[in-house]
Design a protein around this ligand. Sequence first.
Ligand SMILES: Nc1nc2c(ncn2[C@@H]2O[C@H](COP(=O)(O)OP(=O)(O)OP(=O)(O)O)[C@@H](O)[C@H]2O)c(=O)[nH]1
Ligand SMILES: [Mg+2]
Length: 374
Amino acid sequence: MQTELIELAIALVVLALIMVVLRRASLKSQRKAPATAKERLEEQPKEAPKAVEEAPVVVVKEQVDDEAAAAYKAGLAKTRGGFVARMGKLFSKKKIDAATVDELEEVLFTADIGPRAADRIFQAVKSNMSKTELEDSDKIWAQIKKTSREILSVDAPPVDMASKKPFVLLVLGVNGVGKTTTIGKLASLWKAQGKKILLAAGDTFRAAATEQLEEWAKRAEVDIVKGKENGDPSSVIFDAIKKGADEGYDLVICDTAGRLHSNTGLMDELKKIRRVADKALTGAPHETWMVLDATTGQNAIAQAKTFKTDMQITGIVLTKLDGSSKGGVVLGICDELKVPVRYIGLGEKIGDLRPFDPAAFVEELFEDPQRTAA
Ligand SMILES: Nc1nc2c(ncn2[C@@H]2O[C@H](COP(=O)(O)OP(=O)(O)OP(=O)(O)O)[C@@H](O)[C@H]2O)c(=O)[nH]1
Ligand SMILES: [Mg+2]
């Protein structure tokens, strides 16, 4: 009897244990599916909110990229509508004859790309392609694009601004080409990349030049060193470079006048600026960029040639492509000067500046609707 009682007690204890285990399991499974939104949020892994935050950023970035691509396309519309459209018309049929190839010569030589670049492209087609290839407009079009890419891809190392502190960039060019505007755009671009930037108002010749640069400095939220009107531009640039070095600036961008009383005067002044910059910081200026106005067509090539002899130009900024059908001049500039185009200006606003990428430029320029439709 006593043994039976003990066995009954053991069975009851086991039963109670089983019930406790079953109850716990049931509670656990209930907790797995949170009932309220708050519970759901609390149950989410720590990374979840981050993913939610990141999503709109991606969308905004895509929008910006789309807008930038559209602005780039629009900026090149006039040039695309010029000599590129004339070539596109020639090659709008798939199969063409020898006469069409000869017409290409005329279009190239009357385009604003300079005779050397025109000849280089024409010879790449006429002399380097087989008879059967010359009947195929797609092949010719591809050859024109390939040669243009080659002309534009001037062999030059990328600008390493971090290699010097401060890195000194001298900007020059004839009057009205867009030097001051370009400096404002560059300052804004590089400031957004986290650089500490100082502008030097080296155009003391024109009354409003300093105020104009000051306005750009405000827009780009960077600092500026100014001199007196009709003062010595070299001394402004000297002071700016010294300040740049003393106060830990990453970059000093120097504006210069585009016109003096005579052109010889301008060249001498610019040479003096170079010497003085080197005195302020040995090796400065580290880059000298010439700004050229695309609307002036082949005149831009002539200007660059004149300056290159005396001024050791290391880069070109081609402005006003948005207002010109003569943007093909960039081919002539690269071919004749062998100086890389660093940036292109596509409008008057602070964001209307793009780094120059030969492959992307050729793709945009030669995207001809007439050929695409053919
Ligand atoms: N459409 C267009 N206009 C531009 C561009 N870049 C500059 N400009 C305009 O060109 C004009 C001259 O620009 P500035 O920056 O003053 O030229 P600058 O070379 O400094 O002129 P100077 O100081 O007189 O030698 C201004 O009206 C600018 O807005 C561009 O890429 N596109
Ligand atoms: Mg200016």
